[in-house]
Design a binder for this molecule. Sequence first.
Ligand code: ATP
Length: 219
Amino acid sequence: MIELQALRVGYDSSPVTPAISGSLAQGSMTAIVGDNGCGKSTLLKTLAGFLPPVKGSVHWPKGRPVIGWLAQRNTLESDFPIVVQDVVNMGLWPKVSLFRSIGRSERLRVAAALERVGMLHLARTPVETLSGGQFQRMLFARVWLQQAPLVMLDEPLTGVDENTSHVLMSLIGEMHQRGQTILAVLHDTPRVNRYFPAVLRLGSASCEWQMQAKKACVA
Ligand SMILES: Nc1ncnc2c1ncn2[C@@H]1O[C@H](COP(=O)(O)OP(=O)(O)OP(=O)(O)O)[C@@H](O)[C@H]1O
């Protein structure tokens, strides 16, 4: 799905990572790990097309697919004047535009997504009143509903409690099992070791891919 050829990512022509070569197969599930500041988020943003490569290249043999994107928690505004289900509704895009009202079957899908993350009772709650963990569950409901071929998650488990981590990890496993390609930046070493079949370890001078047979990836 994605081929990296001596890719270096960074800002203003200055790379922050070493050269990265390798590929991500369709349906794969990969964790990007490494120390703070080593360039994990920058790599994700470059692969998503938000930043140009500084050196090397990213190749999409079958074209870049729709990407389900979950940004790092602290980069998000949480004081929009909208309620939870409005945010989750956005996962229906582009099947439903802003100019077409949502039908019964779509409302049921949104409700199912909210139920899946334990947030159905908060469907009409203003986003600005959510706790950090509830906010993250809401974003996961949107990504889960979207069913994008490629899902990029930037530190999806950071700042959430153990129970929420468990729910979110099971959703990641579920998306993987239904054939979506998963690429996630994570600091949760035990969960990376337990659930991710592929790991890209990013260092300041080099990087390393690790592939290993994994048990069932649903938490
Ligand atoms: N917009 C920017 N402009 C210039 N430099 C940036 C920008 N954003 C991040 N950086 C720098 O790029 C380097 C890599 O940052 P990045 O956020 O990719 O690291 P990370 O591995 O995701 O870190 P963390 O684990 O702390 O989230 C850091 O030195 C950071 O200061």
